[in-house]
Design a protein around this ligand. Structure first.
Ligand code: BEZ
Length: 389
């Protein structure tokens, strides 16, 4: 099933259009089914708002988006990427939620020389040893999110941690980065427990195993449907006081925080975006998103929004020339709801602040983020990537 959306530039409407106007095609590779379906839909919602806000910078030219469902399955993602590029002849690919799907499309995208703006998937290799000039990430890398959490845990005096995550690239990379920083600062990860990805419904045996380690704290990465299931079971096991929870912030994302409810309270998270960030761009973005969709925007919406704005800026600078598009996308920056950011020319990965926060109950009863610490301009090492500066 394919849906097509036409983002018509405001200027084109006012001018009544023109025969010379170009239609740019953006292939959106996102999960619309499976454990990350909600994330895919939220990224698209942010993307469409970004086109509404910034599409006018293209004058009479327009952007059409072609969404394809990756189903969170690497082979499906690759098939859809090939279809979008070879059959639909898209100018740009955007999206990708799962690190596994990003790994699957990497070689094809690189060989086809089609620009890919990554709007979620944090696979460190895509901007490390398997980096590509054509892959530019405006979301985060897995290590970028959890390395500060490892430092933070050591700073607050935690000595031992047990880690849990789904058994695929993102889970391993999130744990490894936290562990590297935590152990470099004197801590010890007593055990890493990996749960079958997309299949685990009962986290009970794994929570029992984690508790049996006697660790002072539990670190986890879970997102989407798995995050909701994990959090409810963590709470029903009565672990909040016995095994305090520290996590990559996708665990209690604004997107499904209300669905998790009270169990989210007290968890300490690290992420590149807080809904409550006090800057003019975030105020404008949240207001417009809430008016359009009737809910508070999450980090996934911000990623879609910024991806759309980056694509518009690069299209305006390149007008159909893919190499110029890449040059522009790698060097563009603008005020984002998340705060300051830039693309690292060594790796094409984003450099940005990472926030550590606790989930607390706000005055209106909503579950909100209470900022504890900011790690500024968090930047991954090149990890074997050799892109020219
Ligand atoms: C990933 O697979 O890279 C990922 C998925 C969901 C949230 C964050 C990262």
């Amino acid at each position: 099933m394919r849906k097509r959306y036409l983002a018509v530039a405001l200027a084109a409407l006012l001018a009544g259009g023109s025969a010379a106007a170009r239609e740019y095609r953006v292939g959106l590779l996102l999960p619309y089914s499976g454990v990350y379906a909600a994330l895919g839909k939220e990224i698209q919602a942010g993307f469409e708002l970004g086109l509404e806000h910034y599409g006018g910078e293209l004058g009479e030219d327009t952007v059409t988006i072609l969404p394809e469902d990756t189903e969170v399955k690497p082979p499906v993602g690759l098939t859809k990427a090939k279809k979008l590029v070879l059959q639909d002849r898209v100018d740009v690919l955007a999206g990708l939620v799962s690190s596994g799907v990003l790994a699957a499309v990497r070689d094809f995208v690189d060989a086809a020389r089609v620009p890919l703006i990554v709007a979620n998937a944090g696979n460190i290799h895509a901007t490390g040893e398997k980096c590509s000039r054509y892959i530019i990430r405006v979301s985060f890398s897995n290590a970028q999110i959890t390395r500060p959490m490892g430092r933070y845990l050591a700073e607050i005096g935690v000595k031992t941690v047990v880690a849990m995550a789904p058994d695929y690239a993102a889970g391993h990379q999130d744990v490894e980065a936290m562990k590297g920083a935590f152990e470099a600062a004197g801590g010890k990860v007593l055990k890493e427990i990996y749960t079958p990805f997309r299949k685990t419904k009962d986290f009970g045996p794994y929570l029992t195993e984690a508790q049996a380690t006697g660790a002072e704290a539990l670190f986890v990465f879970y997102a989407g449907g798995e995050a909701i299931g994990f959090m409810k079971q963590y709470a029903s096991f009565g672990l909040r006081d016995k095994l305090p929870l520290y996590a990559a912030g996708f665990l209690t994302s604004q997107l499904y925080r209300e669905a998790i409810g009270e169990p989210a309270l007290g968890s300490v998270n690290s992420l590149h975006y807080l809904t409550t960030l006090d800057n003019p761009e975030n105020a404008r973005f949240q207001k417009a998103f809430q008016e359009k969709y009737g809910r508070v925007a999450s980090e996934f919406a911000v990623q879609g929004y910024d991806a759309a704005r980056l694509i518009v800026a690069a299209l305006a600078a390149s007008r159909g020339d893919k190499e110029k598009f890449v040059d522009a996308a790698r060097t563009t920056t603008f005020a984002s709801p998340r705060g300051p950011w830039r693309i690292d020319p060594r790796t094409n990965n984003i450099v940005q602040n990472i926030y550590i926060y606790e989930i607390v109950k706000g005055e209106d009863g909503r579950l909100v983020e209470k900022l504890l610490e900011t790690y500024e301009n968090e930047q991954d090492p090149p990890n074997g990537c050799r892109l020219a500066g």
